[in-house]
Design a protein around this ligand. Structure first.
Ligand code: SF4
Length: 477
């Protein structure tokens, strides 16, 4: 028998309509907007934003406005002031995304305090995309786009929780990963975020509904009842014109889907829009049937398009009320199109998105078994020897004789070393220690394109030592 997921462990002190909707498990829509870049004229951005928010507020299903901070630009207008401008005299609460690019604990706490004074109580913590002009590992002398580095989403969630226990805090997870290490690293880090202070999850954007079902099955397998919002993105003709295989880090589009979008685009603008509307309506209906708490609507740039999207969703939801009917409609619309951008994609379960399995049942929904890649010998030796060498009991003479093995690690903070299984984390351009960002490519390549994601080495060590559970431990304090 499938166990019922746990009840949401939330105590938001009441009076927070977004949190109330999440807790009541009422399916919701959240409309996403970006805080404008610092060099963009503010009055026109506010006017457009207010028009969008006003249209969103007319729709009963819309429960919040999501404002992304530093999503596309290293410097943006003040997110709290922008939020206040947008939602003046409006019923909709704001969910403020705090991105880790160039962020510090002081910045997070200062933003949290100002947001709280402005009545904002919902947040989402993300590590953030890499800067385009980030110094490469091979050429570290190039000036860093973010001198403060990247604050991990785990840290942001932890700091927000410590700041105010009544905050409703979301954390990002990217289920659109296509190899074993990347996918499980995402899931373990997701649990770490929940253990460190997050209340709910928001997925990256993507179109592979098999992956959205996989995440729901994984949560049920682990008996985690937290609410999850799926981020669903409306594609615009400009997105498709520039499309190669990647819309932005972590959002990869398979060649076949790109070709299909380009065909839709070449007919005419209104047919392109109607195909995107139909797709988004089907996707939102599918998310509801797969068990999502709601969707975050991204990529909508004007109130007229928002109006059409909301009307399409209102048409699609009552039309698709059973998993089987929805699955048939989804497959019919796409004609068997595969959404995985990798040739031999990894899915964590067998039988995903088939008519036989509408929901997770442990008796028949089996995890996929794939052999783990073993750690390289030097990492294995380092993970055993370094804790001993760095111990206070080790005589200095032994340490001196082991300079080669220690390299820079005798000056690295012990906590960082322990988190990284005694590996030097400088191969990670974002210098993360708590788990990967969501930006790796379909084959596990780092978002910056310099070899495999660093965390594959940590995954290999943890798997070889049967200590994978350590990758999901919460961070205190
Ligand atoms: S090494 Fe991994 S975690 Fe670090 S930036 Fe690259 S993809 Fe992200």
């Amino acid at each position: 028998m499938s166990r019922e997921p746990q009840q949401l462990k939330m105590d938001f002190g009441g009076g927070n309509p977004f949190a109330d909707t999440l807790r009541a498990a009422r399916f919701m829509l959240v409309v996403e907007q970006n805080v404008p870049a610092a060099d963009q004229a503010l009055p026109s951005a506010v006017a457009l934003g207010r028009a969008l928010v006003e249209r969103a507020a007319d729709e009963e299903l819309v429960a919040a406005i999501s404002l992304t901070d530093r999503l596309r630009h290293p410097a943006t207008h003040d997110p709290v002031a922008f939020a206040e401008e947008l939602t003046k005299d409006n019923r909709l609460p704001v969910m403020l995304t705090i991105a880790g690019q160039g962020s510090t604990p002081d910045r997070v706490l200062a933003l949290a305090a100002r947001a709280k004074s402005a009545g904002i109580r919902n947040f989402c913590s993300v590590t953030g995309d890499g800067a385009k002009d980030h110094p490469s590992v091979r050429n570290p002398r190039v000036a860093a786009a973010y001198p403060a580095g990247y604050l991990d989403g785990v840290d942001t969630a932890r700091l927000l929780r410590r700041h105010d226990r009544s905050f409703c805090i979301g954390a990002a997870v990217n289920p659109f990963k296509y190899n074993l290490a990347d996918q499980y690293l995402q899931y373990y880090k997701m649990i770490r975020k929940l253990e460190s202070g997050a209340d709910f999850l928001i997925t990256h954007a993507g179109w592979d509904m098999k992956k959205l079902q996989e995440l729901q099955w994984f949560l049920r397998m682990r008996d985690l009842g937290h609410g999850v919002l799926a981020r669903v993105r409306l594609l615009n003709p400009e997105d498709v014109a520039e499309l190669d295989s990647c819309i932005c880090p972590g959002i990869y589009v398979p060649r076949e889907f790109t070709a299909s979008l380009q065909r839709e685009c070449t007919v005419n603008a209104s047919q392109f829009l109607s195909a995107q509307l139909r797709r988004i309506g089907l996707q939102v209906a599918g998310c509801r049937l797969l068990g999502y708490s709601g969707v975050v609507l991204a990529g909508i740039r004007n109130p007229g398009v928002l109006d059409m999207v909301l009307k399409e969703i209102n048409r699609a939801l009552p039309e698709h009320t059973t998993y089987h009917a929805w699955l048939e409609a989804w497959n019919d619309f796409h004609g068997g199109l595969q959404f995985s951008p990798a040739p031999s994609p990894f899915y964590a379960f067998q039988g995903l998105l088939t008519p036989e399995h509408a929901t997770y049942d442990p008796a028949v929904c089996h995890p996929t078994t794939v052999a783990f890649a073993p750690p390289v010998l030097s990492d294995r030796i380092g993970a055993i020897a370094l804790p001993l060498l760095l111990s206070a009991k080790t005589p200095e003479s032994v340490r001196s004789a082991s300079r080669f093995l220690l390299r820079r690690r005798d000056t690295t903070p012990p906590e960082r070393l322990r988190r990284c299984w005694y590996l030097d984390n400088s191969p990670c351009p974002k210098r993360l220690t708590l788990g990967p960002c969501g930006g790796s490519g379909p084959r596990g390549t780092c978002e910056f394109g310099q070899g495999p994601c660093f965390f594959h080495r940590i995954f290999a060590l943890a798997a070889a030592r049967h200590e994978l559970d350590q990758l999901e431990e919460g961070i205190d304090g």
